[in-house]
Design a protein around this ligand. Structure first.
Ligand SMILES: [Zn+2]
Ligand SMILES: [Zn+2]
Length: 107
């Protein structure tokens, strides 16, 4: 007589998938860090953080806001390769690695 709950296995599969996903990100992040050892650790190489700012109450519209990283003393320093590759105002793309606020440590 089997009392197996039909969906009981799904939980395990989801957990395993979530774990391997996290491991894959960790591996990618380690590879990224070794590729860009001089990256800005304050922003993990992204040049800033972006977040969704919601207006009004739930159901209201949201706006993607980019908050530039100010950790580097010179705006022209690339947040990924750490070299002086951006414009004076910190605009990309980087002359050294081509980074343009489009790549950072996988997370
Ligand atoms: Zn930074
Ligand atoms: Zn660069």
């Amino acid at each position: 007589m089997s009392n197996d709950v039909p969906n009981s296995d799904d939980c395990d599969i989801d957990l395993a998938a979530e774990k391997s996903q996290a491991e894959a990100v960790a591996v990618a992040a380690a590879a990224w860090r070794s590729a860009w050892p001089n990256h800005c650790t304050a922003c993990s190489g992204w040049g800033g953080t972006s977040y969704l700012e919601m207006h009004g109450f739930r159901g209201g519209s949201g706006e993607q806001v980019f908050d530039p990283c100010g950790a580097l003393p010179r705006a022209s320093t690339c947040h990924r390769c750490g070299q002086d590759g951006l414009s004076e105002d910190g605009d990309g793309p980087c002359r050294h690695c081509g980074w343009n606020y489009d790549d950072g440590e996988p997370q």
